[in-house]
Write a protein that binds this ligand. Structure first.
Ligand SMILES: Cc1ncc(COP(=O)(O)O)c(C=O)c1O
Length: 397
């Protein structure tokens, strides 16, 4: 068999690899990015499924349009306008199989082999996976407490020759409660990033799955809502506020771009799960989603507080961590002598799991760092898991 050259550049996601271990019985896993199983509104979904089958069953069980169910696209466009002040119409919205598919489709239509994508270090592993599948190379930009170091990006762009700069296809950023760092891109940096995008005509892929999971402070405007050039491609998902099993995400972009993305999607899956779209449409239209989100926020806020308190209590001096205002993750930096990848097996023996930092970093950094998820475990498990990890780290020092 002669596989395509690009297969050589594909890598198994580190998360998938570690997930297998981390779901073993008795394991306290801070590894995945899973919502709490207690957050799923099972009864409501049961009720809405019956309603959909009764009233719209023949449509909901049929093939659907590649762009998404018309009514649902309209509902999303309305919600984007109302909630996030993103000016858009139905034709600016494409419904996708999770926002992961947006990352794939955007790369599919922008990236030729060896083109460059700007990524934060660290960044979301699933995005790296999509970018690599199309043989992208990376231009890396560091992060600090205000998110992507946009100055660093600007000076890198300035120093590049024009030919190389033209190979940059888009800037990938996770502005709110970043996965994996938990950090939020400041207002000043959002504006600066938009300026850079305009100056060099490089689109921004704004990946925003966590925006509605804010536990403190005020929501900052999305870059898409401030975009006057049509250069921002905005994506979000139902995975973190309703259910990842429904596999529903969406992208908001310029109408012509939506047409191209839709063409790319046709060859991938014809359309996103139509039944799920009908259910989610009802879920929004009946106002259930806006009753549901505050409940999840309350649960995760408490879990994050417990994790932060436990880190203070059980982790030794010399360890640092981010204190996110929302989302599902925080990022821990350990003393330099500890390699979190090497420590992983010992953690597993103590029945606690995390994802080691280097997995998120394309520049080879992150070896003494780790990502901890706080949404999936209950408060007692969080205390116990952090205690186990803290004891292990103390032993290593
Ligand atoms: C930053 C980011 N983008 C995209 C996704 C993909 O989510 P989904 O495909 O379930 O919408 C995730 C999932 O964890 C994520 O953290």
């Amino acid at each position: 068999m002669k596989l395509a050259k690009r297969v050589k550049e594909m890598r198994e996601s580190e998360i998938r690899k570690f997930m297998e271990v981390s779901i073993r019985p008795g394991m306290i896993s801070f590894a995945g990015g899973l919502p709490s199983p207690h957050s799923f509104p099972i009864k409501e979904i049961e009720r809405l499924s019956i309603k959909v089958l009764k009233n719209e069953g023949t449509m909901a069980l049929q093939y659907g349009a590649t762009e998404g169910v018309r009514e649902f696209r309209r509902t999303i466009a309305k919600r984007m306008n109302k909630k996030l002040k993103i000016k858009c119409k139905e034709e600016n919205v494409l419904i996708t199989t999770g926002s992961q598919q947006v990352l794939d489709l955007v790369t599919k239509i922008f990236v030729d082999p060896r083109d460059l994508v700007v990524v934060e270090v660290p960044t979301y592993i699933g995005a790296l996976c999509s970018f690599r599948n199309y043989q992208s190379k990376f231009l890396t930009v560091g992060m600090d407490s205000e998110g992507m170091k946009v100055d660093e990006l600007e000076s890198k762009l300035r120093e590049m020759n024009k030919k190389k700069r033209e190979r940059i296809k888009f800037i990938y950023s996770i502005p709110n409660f970043h996965n994996p760092k938990g950090i939020t891109l400041s207002m000043e940096r959002r504006k600066h990033l938009l300026e850079i995008s305009k100056k060099y005509q490089i689109p921004i892929l704004e990946d925003d799955p966590y925006i509605e999971l804010r536990y403190r402070g005020k929501t900052l405007p999305t870059m898409k809502s401030m975009d006057k050039e049509g250069l921002v491609i905005y994506t979000s998902t139902f995975s973190k506020i309703l259910s990842p099993g429904l596999r529903l995400g969406w992208v908001v972009a310029d109408g012509e771009l939506i047409k191209k993305l839709s063409m790319a999607k046709q060859g991938t899956d014809l359309s996103t799960n139509v039944f799920s779209q009908y259910i989610a449409n009802e879920y929004i239209k009946t106002g259930l989603v806006d009753k549901h989100i505050p409940k999840i926020r309350k649960m995760y806020k408490k879990r994050e507080e417990v994790m932060l308190e436990s880190l203070e209590e059980y982790f030794p001096d010399g360890c640092e961590w981010t204190k996110p205002d929302g989302g599902m993750f925080l990022w821990v930096t350990l003393p330099k002598k500890i390699n979190t990848k090497k420590m992983f097996n010992e953690a597993i023996k103590r029945k606690v799991a995390y994802i080691h930092g280097a997995a998120f970093c394309v520049d080879g950094s992150g070896y003494n760092e780790m990502r901890l998820n706080f949404s999936n475990q209950d408060e007692n498990n969080i205390r116990e898991g952090i205690k186990r990890l803290g004891n292990l780290i103390k032993k290593k020092l």
